[in-house]
Design a binder for this molecule. Structure first.
Ligand code: SAM
Length: 272
């Protein structure tokens, strides 16, 4: 997939990936805008906390009845990447919203979920959702749980799933139809671990698809060789095809001016 040139963040002024620049963290997105709810009374383990609202809608028109869906997620001042909604998450959530009629009953796993906007939206649209984040990052798992509580989704499970680890929680997962991955392709040394986890799930269901958004931070990295090695293929989905080619989505100021791309990755021997 040639458009999958991804995603290693680079220091300002640095162009060569593979240097230390590739290890610098993605910058947290700009803080959310006026649609945010005021800070809640309850903090998050000593950190200031509030709620952020995303409002997805479809105008009524020929062939469209009109629909609205609100998702609230926690907003915490914390250094962990998983505690923010990243620009990629809003774009992936918009893709799910666009395809919401296909979601009821689907088994959906979100990896590297953090505050879990896409997974929460999928659950609200009727999918059977499991949220996951690194088993070594309890704060991130806790924020997944808070997102479920905030949206009144007690049926959504949260599991610790570290990319590349064949853990008990991975082994016991039921077959999945869709894996969601928003802004997980940012550290090249993790790419193969992510694909290993996906490959393992493809053994349980060869038709599973990885729906993933990534932020273009460097043109120097590519998933192509790894996809070939792991017997996978990918299709690049143009943002305009699901109404995501704009700076504001779901009444939020994200993705802003960040360049985000959308991919669907599947087992090479399956046809999309
Ligand atoms: C840039 S954040 C994206 C969060 C969220 N998906 C979003 O787009 O708003 C990357 C996420 O990957 C998780 N993560 C990082 N390393 C991980 C690993 N080795 N295994 C599983 N999750 C990991 C982080 O905790 C964080 O939630």
């Amino acid at each position: 997939c040639r458009r999958a040139a991804a995603a290693a963040p680079s220091r300002p002024g640095s162009s060569r990936a593979g240097s230390l620049a590739a290890r610098s963290p993605p910058r947290p997105p700009a803080r959310p805008g006026p649609t945010d709810a005021p800070a809640g009374e309850r903090g998050f383990q000593g950190h200031a906390a509030g709620a952020q609202r995303f409002r997805f809608w479809e105008e009524p028109g020929p062939g469209a009845q009109g629909a609205v869906l609100e998702v609230h997620v926690p907003q915490v001042l914390h250094l962990q990447y998983g505690m923010y909604v990243w620009p990629c998450a809003v774009v992936l959530a918009q893709y799910l919203w666009f395809h919401r009629r296909s979601l009821p009953g689907k088994a959906v796993l979100e990896i590297g979920a953090g505050v879990s906007l896409p997974g929460i939206l999928a659950a609200k649209c009727g999918a059977e959702v499991i949220l996951s984040d690194s088993s070594e990052l309890p704060h991130c798992l806790e924020i997944c749980r808070q997102s479920c509580q905030m949206n009144n989704l007690p049926q959504v499970h949260v599991v610790g799933l570290t990319w590349g680890h064949i853990s008990c929680s991975l082994l016991t997962l039921p077959p999945q139809d869709i894996i969601l991955a928003s802004d997980v392709f940012f550290e090249p040394e993790d790419f193969e671990d992510i694909l290993t986890t996906v490959y393992f799930l493809m053994q349980k269901n060869p038709k599973v698809q990885l729906w993933s958004t990534y932020q273009v931070r460097s043109a120097d990295w590519s998933l192509e060789a790894l996809l070939y090695k792991w017997d996978m293929k990918c299709v690049h989905i143009p943002l305009e095809s699901f109404d995501a080619d704009k700076e504001d989505i779901a009444e939020s100021a994200l993705p802003g001016r960040h360049t985000v791309e959308m991919l669907v990755i599947s087992f090479a021997k399956d046809s999309l």
